[in-house]
Design a protein around this ligand. Structure first.
Ligand code: NI
Length: 192
């Protein structure tokens, strides 16, 4: 089932997530729905927070970048309770977008190599190095599990320039090619 993607302005995106303790049918369904949601949108990764679930889970499929690097064809993975153990190398810029921020893309600086510990969809533990675009997608999604979004990684000046667009996303004044869920409108309170 395709789920609506939660937009910037929703508090679930800013909260650290809870660990997942067991695999059950509902977890399997969530993972399936997240892949379906991601494939229905122009995304190479999706975190559970982006479908409104504050749990430590994200999915990625880097195949869209296989023209840049054939090794990325079919690079599809599930990360549960992921931790970045090490990050190394000279920071590099890569143009990132996020399904929760339709219409915004920006060059973000991150390190190129990471050592991850995570559980896969069968709750098997792995410790594995990733680099380049793989690492980049994982770092972006991993941030979501910590309540961090990519605008938090922008220089304040760049973020200020985007303020108008960000406000429009918060208000739902934005078009996306996929189903979205915008932040609830604030109720007006009147003082009598
Ligand atoms: Ni994102």
């Amino acid at each position: 089932m395709i789920l609506p993607v939660v937009s910037h302005g929703n508090s679930v995106l800013k909260k650290p997530t809870s660990s997942i303790t067991k695999k059950d049918e509902s977890l399997e369904r969530i993972i399936d729905d997240m892949f379906e949601t991601m494939y229905a949108a122009p995304g190479v990764g999706l975190a559970a927070t982006q479908v409104g679930l504050s749990i430590n889970l994200f999915v990625i499929d880097a195949s869209d970048y296989s023209e840049d690097d054939p090794e990325l064809e079919g690079f599809k993975k599930v990360f549960i309770n992921a931790e970045i153990l090490e990050e190394e190398g000279e920071e590099w810029l890569f143009n990132e977008g996020c399904l929760s921020f339709p219409g915004i893309r920006e060059d973000i600086s991150r390190k190129p190599r990471i050592l991850m510990r995570y559980l896969d969809e069968n709750m098997q533990e792995h410790e594995e190095w990733f680099d380049g675009i793989k690492a980049r997608i994982i770092q972006h999604e991993y941030d979501h599990t910590r309540g961090i979004v990519f605008i938090d990684r922008m220089k304040p000046l760049k973020r200020n320039l985007l303020q108008g667009k960000l406000n429009d996303i918060k208000k739902g004044n934005v078009k996306a090619s996929y189903k979205m869920s915008f932040a609830p409108k604030k109720k007006k309170t009147f003082i009598k």
